[in-house]
Design a protein around this ligand. Structure first.
Ligand SMILES: Cc1ncc(COP(=O)(O)O)c(C=O)c1O
Length: 439
């Protein structure tokens, strides 16, 4: 497969051309990557008017993902989520969304003045668990006529919803299904594909950088072949509405190289990694260690089973020279990819196996999901005057910009909702001391 963006940058870097254009580093600097870091010079195409090397590279990604078109984002899924919601909504601004949304959804809702109705899953789960049942979607669709249903699958904890059934329901009710698939770019390369587009979603975003070997910020907006055709024509406009006019060529080049990487037997490497991680999980299971039933590249351990405090758990991993994706008071999340070596996986396994288990003692876990009352619209809350107050003083006040633990950047209370006592205790439980509230 040709890698047109990377090839262009390589040739330009080798040419010795005197750069009288942006950026100011002129191709020189300590990072070493400056030589490939250019702007829209002659021949370099333009992400938001692509008809040259960027279009050719996106066409390669389009073929790999089997979409009507796959658009590049150099500003993560965060940008693709805003664009996707802009594309789905016109006069009808109603969105049915599975509750545990990433913060970027809240900002998109504020910018687009969306009328969001949340669909709730299991109330006793972790607040970042975004699983939603087809039955809950069906019930919501009977009550509302949304422009789209929006779900997050997989979520930060690796939980997957039944995208196929939810897509069928959406289409039965004549609405679109949008999926935040930030954590699941690789799902397309399992056999069979478990990618949302293959399962019937109309649009989805993938953070290439989360699971594929791509630079931070590299992401896709995918539009399905089954989706209305005009979405593809409008997509670049929707992206550029929210994006910087200086998308990073380094990030685009890494997406470009990623196409060739995927074509070159990625599915086989992925399969091997999935079975190596499965082997690790089996060894943990044999030793009585439990883990969540997640998408195949995550290992998520409930911490209540270990006889260690949170900070001792973290120190233990540190001593084993292991850095997890996230640890909060409930779970430790480890993200694996084919770029992890077999030795690293062994180290992960032996470090977990050496942690003492508690003897069945139950620890208190907080109520997971709460259903705060909406007082004003998301847009009004995000754009009104606000102040920062201690969590204890926030009870009875209205949430302004969402205050989140990052990761997972999933708000416990969404902008415009009232913060009650339960919300305040969840904030404290997850280490949040201050929140933004309306004045
Ligand atoms: C579920 C989810 N959606 C969206 C995003 C935003 O992705 P990005 O960092 O690529 O902008 C994240 C980031 O962690 C996420 O976890």
């Amino acid at each position: 497969m040709r890698t047109p963006i990377y090839d262009f940058l390589e040739k330009y870097a080798a040419s010795g051309v005197a750069r009288f254009h942006m950026p100011g580093h002129k191709g020189r600097g300590r990072l070493g990557a400056e030589r490939y870091d250019i702007t829209e010079i002659t021949g370099a195409d333009n992400l938001y008017l692509a008809d040259g090397i960027i279009e050719e590279s996106e066409n390669n990604a389009t073929r790999l993902f089997g979409t009507a078109h796959t658009f590049y984002s150099t500003e993560g899924s965060t940008l693709a989520i805003k664009a996707m919601l802009k594309l789905a909504t016109g006069k009808n601004k109603r969105i049915l969304a599975a509750r545990a949304v990433h913060k970027s959804f809240v900002y998109a809702a504020a910018l687009l003045d969306l009328d969001v109705e949340f669909i709730y899953g299991n109330d006793t789960c972790h607040y970042a668990d975004s699983r939603i049942s087809p039955d809950a979607v069906f019930a919501a669709l009977r009550e509302h006529t949304p422009a789209a249903v929006y779900i997050t699958s997989p979520d930060y904890l690796g939980n997957i919803s039944d995208v196929e059934k939810i897509a069928e329901l959406c289409h039965q009710f004549g609405t679109l299904l949008l999926v935040d698939n930030a954590h699941g770019a690789y799902l397309n390369f399992l056999n069979p594909s478990r990618h949302p587009i293959a399962l019937g979603a109309d649009m989805c975003c993938d953070s290439a950088h989360k699971t594929l070997p791509a630079l931070t910020g590299a992401a896709y907006l995918h539009i399905s072949k089954m989706a209305p055709k005009d979405l593809v024509y409008a997509a670049r406009g929707a992206m550029s509405l929210f994006a910087s006019t200086s998308p990073s060529y380094l990030t685009m080049a890494s997406l470009d190289l990623c196409n060739a990487y995927i074509e070159d037997s990625y599915s086989d490497r992925l399969k091997k990694t999935v079975s190596e991680l499965f082997r690790v999980k089996r060894a943990l299971g044999d030793a009585g260690i439990s883990f969540l039933d997640t998408e195949p590249l995550k290992l998520v351990l409930p911490l209540s089973q270990f006889n260690l405090t949170l900070s001792d758990f973290y120190d233990h991993l540190s001593k084993c020279n292991i850095e997890p994706e996230m640890i909060d008071s409930e779970y430790a999340v480890f993200m694996v990819s084919p770029e992890n070596t077999a030795r690293e996986l062994d180290r992960l396994s032996s470090s977990i196996l050496s942690i003492p288990l508690n003897n069945g003692e139950k620890r208190d876990t907080p109520v997971g999901v709460i259903r705060p009352k909406r007082r004003v619209s998301i847009r009004e809350a995000v754009f009104s005057e606000s102040e920062r107050v201690a969590v204890a003083d926030a009870v009875g006040r209205i949430c302004a910009a969402p205050t989140v633990a990052c990761p997972p950047a999933v708000p416990i209370v969404i902008s415009g909702e009232e913060i009650d006592g339960q919300a305040a205790s969840l904030f404290s439980h997850y280490g949040l001391q201050y929140v933004e509230v309306l004045r």
